[in-house]
Design a protein around this ligand. Structure first.
Ligand SMILES: C[S@@+](CC[C@H](N)C(=O)[O-])C[C@H]1O[C@@H](n2cnc3c(N)ncnc32)[C@H](O)[C@@H]1O
Length: 211
């Protein structure tokens, strides 16, 4: 089984609990809502937005409700089933961030909302570069992720479900450098303390394609 297969199988296994536990519920996180709202305002008029690693579509739905033309893709078919069930009016497809083949200057925004931390360190730069190329001039990439150093091998998640994935932790300045190397200009950075005991800090970074 490749790493990607293991990640897909793992998220398929946790998907039901992820939804039942209300993971990603934005009603509890006003600063994350604020970042997403600012992103929506910035990109709404620029073109469609792609939520990469959309999970059960919570953020996709939030952006749609703000008037953004948005669709979602996710590696896990079970996550996509949940997303389609919850928002049948929106388009969700099964796909990996690593295999999207996005057209040049085809989207106003791309979102990687706590969905890029499983990508191996040597794979993330090429994925960010593919997102950057897909943005129209002025379009934005918004990413949110776990902050730290090193890699954490996870064997269970979301209520003790067995999983097999690595969470790659990043420092904000490392991510900012990767965004710059992808040709994007940093527009905002939001650093948040651990949301719960036992968790690490978080960061949201926004970056735009100039032009
Ligand atoms: C922690 S969940 C976050 C889901 C959603 N963005 C949210 O905020 O609720 C991580 C998601 O990333 C997806 N994912 C992981 N690796 C991926 C990849 N290579 N391509 C697309 N999705 C991926 C998982 O299937 C899972 O749904």
């Amino acid at each position: 089984m490749t790493d990607l297969d293991a990640v897909r199988t793992s998220y398929d296994r946790v998907a039901d609990n992820y939804v039942a536990m209300g993971m990603g519920d934005l009603s509890l996180t006003p600063w994350l809502r604020a970042a997403l709202t600012a992103f929506a305002e910035d990109v709404r008029e620029l073109g469609p937005v792609l939520d990469v690693g959309c999970g059960p579509g919570t953020v996709t739905a939030f952006l749609s409700d703000l008037g953004v033309e948005v669709s979602g893709v996710d590696l896990s078919p079970r996550m996509v089933e949940h997303a389609r069930r919850r928002r049948p009016d929106l388009r969700f497809e099964v796909a990996s961030a690593t295999e999207l083949e996005l057209d040049e200057a085809s989207v106003g925004g791309v979102l990687g909302w706590w969905s890029l931390f499983n990508l191996p360190r040597d794979v993330l730069p090429a994925v960010l570069a593919s997102f950057a190329r897909a943005l129209v001039p002025g379009g934005q990439l918004l990413i949110g992720t776990h902050v730290g150093d090193g890699d954490v091998a996870r064997t269970e998640a979301y209520g003790g479900v067995p999983v097999s994935w690595t969470t790659h932790l990043w420092r904000p300045e490392q991510l900012a450098a990767l965004l710059g190397a992808a040709g994007l200009e940093l527009t905002a950075e939001l650093r948040l303390p651990p949301p719960l005991p036992g968790m690490g800090p978080q960061v949201v970074l926004a970056a735009r394609r100039s032009g």
